[in-house]
Design a protein around this ligand. Structure first.
Ligand SMILES: C[S@@+](CC[C@H](N)C(=O)[O-])C[C@H]1O[C@@H](n2cnc3c(N)ncnc32)[C@H](O)[C@@H]1O
Length: 204
């Protein structure tokens, strides 16, 4: 079968139903390379720039909202990046089904929806199950990078993340993007809002 990377018509979009369970990323990208995943990436500012800077890695952007996904898809399609795919899906389902144990080098999760109303807290992405899948799917030495501006949200999710992963606060801005990695981060830094950043590195 011709891999997407070799096909004449480049379309970065993946359909959830068309993928194996777990997905065969070597087949999808036409090679074996470290897999970097961004969950809820919006228009994809950071992951697209990472895919351009790191041709040696493969990048998967997951976004479930149609309006953001369409922007993301158009940007990636225009750049014809052979090492990047996008998928319009709920990241909960993706992590539960599409990633094999110890198969992801890095997760990026920036400014996840805080769902401030109490009756909506169960929608917060860092559920116990989601955190367990992060742990299961990260490679030895793999990493989660996470940021939020929402203190109440942080108090709620930190114990669940910490129960699954060795999370450490990252002091100050990210070294690679001191102005902010994502649109939300750039906007909130300009507004002077406090931002909490974290990294969890799995033991080797
Ligand atoms: C507040 S926005 C932040 C966007 C981007 N990460 C940034 O920092 O600029 C949260 C994004 O996560 C997406 N999202 C929320 N829950 C998701 C889920 N379960 N699966 C995939 N995307 C999700 C939303 O559609 C939205 O685009």
């Amino acid at each position: 079968m011709t891999s997407l990377a070799e096909a004449d018509v480049y379309d970065p979009n993946l359909m959830l139903g068309a993928l194996e369970v777990p997905a065969n990323w070597t087949k999808v990208f036409g090679r074996k390379a470290p897999l970097i995943v961004e969950v809820g990436c919006g228009g994809g500012r950071y992951i697209i720039s990472q895919a351009e800077k790191h041709p040696e890695c493969d990048f998967l952007a997951i976004e479930r909202a149609g309006e953001f996904f369409n922007i993301l898809h158009a940007r990636v399609a225009k750049r014809r990046l052979p090492n990047m795919r996008v998928i319009k899906a709920d990241a909960d389902d993706m992590l539960a089904t599409l990633f094999a144990d110890r198969s992801v080098r890095k997760y990026h999760i920036y400014f996840p929806d805080p769902w401030p109303k109490k009756r909506h807290h169960k929608r917060r992405i860092f559920s116990e199950t989601f955190c367990a899948h992060l742990r299961r799917t990260l490679e030895p030495g793999g990493e989660l990078n996470f940021a939020t501006d929402h203190y109440d949200y942080l108090q709620d999710v930190l114990p669940r993340i910490r129960a699954a992963l060795p999370l450490k606060e990252h002091p100050g801005p990210w070294e690679d993007e001191p102005q902010g990695r994502t649109n939300y981060e750039i906007k909130y830094m300009k507004q002077g809002r406090p931002i909490w950043r974290f990294t969890a590195k799995m033991p080797v």
